[in-house]
Design a protein around this ligand. Structure first.
Ligand code: SF4
Length: 255
């Protein structure tokens, strides 16, 4: 099989097919992977939050005229990030879907535990309400999604990321979901070379030492030589540093 093979019969995508796609796409460029993904799936969306995701949007707009993008507004982002999101929306003329947390669940959490419970008992609960619940609402409405995950973002949690995989966290037998990670094999340096080369918009916080940028209370700049994930949830163990969006596939957990 080649990367040009199409999923034209719309039959369920099983592990065998995913394995074939993994083999075919392994050494393809991110642009080719995005072209392939958009050929296979009419209803496919890019999840946008960080620098990698804007590279994906930039590439996707070069291979498809029906690029669908969503982002999660946790309510706790930096002011710079909100402006950046809107800049990306205008720059690419996106019909950007901005997903907010469920109001009643959020009010219950903040009433019971206040606004900074994650410093006391971990980020899982707050990320669950502010991010994962929104994804659980969005992902059943698509057949596949595209993320900016890279293997080298986190040796503890992302070393096994494939360019394409069955999403066992948000998908199910009844509602299968495919996840594409076109930048899985790219380094941070390659991402930033692309951003500079093609004048891709980026979050101005990157100029202040922030590398991996999430919510304001849970993100801090890193020093030269520090790994980018050390700037996220720094009070927790490295193996717990996922927000639930990309929990390890084999565990089928959202943490
Ligand atoms: S990153 Fe922090 S503030 Fe944002 S949802 Fe997770 S725990 Fe809450």
């Amino acid at each position: 099989m080649t990367a040009e093979t199409q999923h034209s019969d719309r039959s369920p995508i099983d592990d065998t097919r995913i394995a074939e796609w993994q083999e075919a796409l392994f050494s393809q460029t991110p642009k080719d992977i995005l072209r392939f993904a958009h050929k296979q799936f009419d209803n496919i969306a890019i999840s946008f939050s960080g620098a990698e995701d804007v590279v994906l949007i930039d590439l996707a707009t070069k291979v498809s005229d029906r690029v669908q993008v969503f982002t999660l507004d946790t309510g706790r982002l930096h002011a710079e990030t909100y402006r950046f999101i809107d800049q990306v929306r205008s720059h690419y003329d996106l019909d950007l879907e901005i997903l907010s947390p469920d109001q009643s669940r959020l009010e219950q959490l903040t009433r019971e535990k206040g606004l900074f419970s994650f410093y006391e008992d971990g980020h899982k609960e707050c990320c669950g309400v502010r991010k994962v619940d929104s994804l659980k609402r969005k992902l059943p409405t698509v057949d596949a999604w595209i993320t900016g995950q890279r293997k080298d973002q986190s040796p503890s949690t992302r070393a096994e990321v494939n360019v394409v995989e069955q999403d066992l966290v948000f998908g199910s037998d009844d509602n299968p979901l495919v996840k594409f990670n076109p930048l899985a094999h790219w380094s941070s340096q390659q991402v930033w070379e692309y951003i500079r080369m093609f004048d891709v918009p980026y979050n101005p916080l990157h100029e202040k030492g922030f590398v991996s940028i999430g919510c304001e209370p849970c993100t801090r700049p890193v020093l030269p030589g520090q790994h980018e994930r050390e700037g996220r949830w720094w009070w927790e163990e490295a193996t717990l540093k996922e927000c639930g969006l990309h929990a390890p596939q084999q565990t089928n957990q959202t943490g």
